[in-house]
Design a protein around this ligand. Structure first.
Ligand code: AP5
Ligand code: MG
Length: 233
C-alpha cells in the first residue's frame, strides 16, 4: 500500500504514522523527521535548510521532491510506504504522481486528519519526544508511565522538544498549511483518493477509523469516498 497522511501541524500525523507503519509493515517516511536529521548531522543540506525549517516555512519543493524520489527507490519501500508530511503543496503532489507513474505504481489513499486550529496549538505546545526512539508524548494527553522515562525504549532523561514548537512558529506553520498545503486536498479529491478522518477524537479512535479505510484497501476493495463535494479544510 502507498499512503499519504496529510493534516495541519500537530494533527497527529506522526503519532498515527507510527501505528500504521507497525500494523501494515510499511516504512514511515516523514519529510520533517528527515530534514531534522539532516540539520542535526550538520551536513551541507542541513545547514541550508536549518533556518527555513525552524521558522516554520516550507523547504523548496525541488529539494523535497528529490529527497523523497530517492528514498522511495530503497528496497524497504518495495511493498509500499507511508508518507507523513509529504506532499505539502500541489507541486510536490505532481512530483509524487510523476515518480510513481515512472515506477509503475499508484497511490492507494490520501488520509486527511481534520483537527481545528485551537486544539493544534494545545497539542503542539505540550509535545515532547524521546531522543532515543522518537516515541511521542504530550504533557496532558500522553504522559510517560514513569516520569522522565520512555515507555517504549526505557531511556531516562532523554526527552526533547522541537525548535519550531513555539507559539509564534506554530502560527507560521498553520498559515503555511492553510495557504499552501490545503489545496492538495481538492487535488486528491478530484482523483477520488481522499479519505477524511476526524482527528479531534482520542488517539485510539483515530487509529481505528484510519484502519477501517486501510483494511478495506488491503482487502482489495474500494473505500467509500465522497467524490465531488468540497473537502473540509
Ligand atoms: P513536520 O515535522 O512534518 O511537522 P508538522 O506538519 O508541523 O507536523 P507535526 O510533526 O508538528 O505534527 P504531527 O501531525 O506529526 O502531530 P504529532 O503526531 O506529533 O514538518 C516540520 C517542518 O519541516 C515544516 O514546517 C517544514 O519546514 C519542513 N517540511 C516537512 N515536510 C516538508 C515538505 N513536504 N515540504 C517542505 N518542507 C517540509 O502530534 C502532536 C501532539 O499531539 C503530540 O504530543 C501527540 O502526543 C498529541 N496527539 C496526537 N494525536 C492526538 C489526539 N488524537 N488527541 C490528543 N493528542 C494527540
Ligand atoms: Mg510529525
Amino acid at each position: 500500500m502507498i499512503i499519504v497522511l496529510v493534516g495541519p501541524p500537530g494533527a497527529g500525523k506522526g503519532t498515527q504514522a507510527r501505528r500504521i507503519a507497525d500494523k501494515y509493515g510499511i516504512p514511515q517516511l516523514s519529510t520533517g523527521d528527515m530534514f531534522r536529521e539532516k540539520i542535526a548531522s550538520g551536513d551541507e543540506l542541513g545547514k541550508k535548510i536549518k533556518d527555513i525549517v525552524e521558522s516554520g516555512n516550507l523547504v523548496p519543493s525541488e529539494i523535497t521532491i528529490q529527497m523523497i524520489v530517492e528514498r522511495i527507490k530503497e528496497p524497504d519501500c518495495a511493498n509500499g510506504f507511508l508518507l507523513d508530511g509529504f506532499p505539502r503543496n500541489v507541486e510536490q503532489a505532481e512530483g509524487l504522481e510523476k515518480a510513481l507513474s515512472e515506477a509503475g505504481k499508484n497511490l492507494d489513499a490520501v488520509v486527511q486528519l481534520d483537527v481545528n486550529d485551537d486544539e493544534l496549538v494545545e497539542r503542539i505546545s505540550g509535545r515532547f519526544t524521546c531522543a532515543c526512539c522518537d516515541e511521542g508524548y504530550h504533557d496532558k494527553f500522553k504522559k510517560p508511565a514513569v516520569e522522565d522515562t520512555c515507555d517504549a525504549c526505557g531511556a531516562e532523561g532523554q526527552f526533547k522538544r522541537r525548535a519550531d514548537d513555539t507559539p509564534e512558529k506554530v502560527k507560521v506553520r498553520l498559515d503555511v498549511y492553510h495557504d499552501q498545503t490545503a489545496p492538495i486536498l481538492a487535488y486528491y479529491q478530484s482523483r477520488n483518493l481522499l479519505d477524511q478522518v476526524d482527528g479531534m477524537q482520542d488517539m485510539d479512535k483515530v487509529s481505528e477509523d484510519i484502519s477501517a479505510v486501510l483494511d478495506t484497501i488491503a482487502a482489495g476493495d474500494a473505500p467509500k469516498r465522497k467524490n465531488g463535494s468540497n473537502p473540509k479544510i
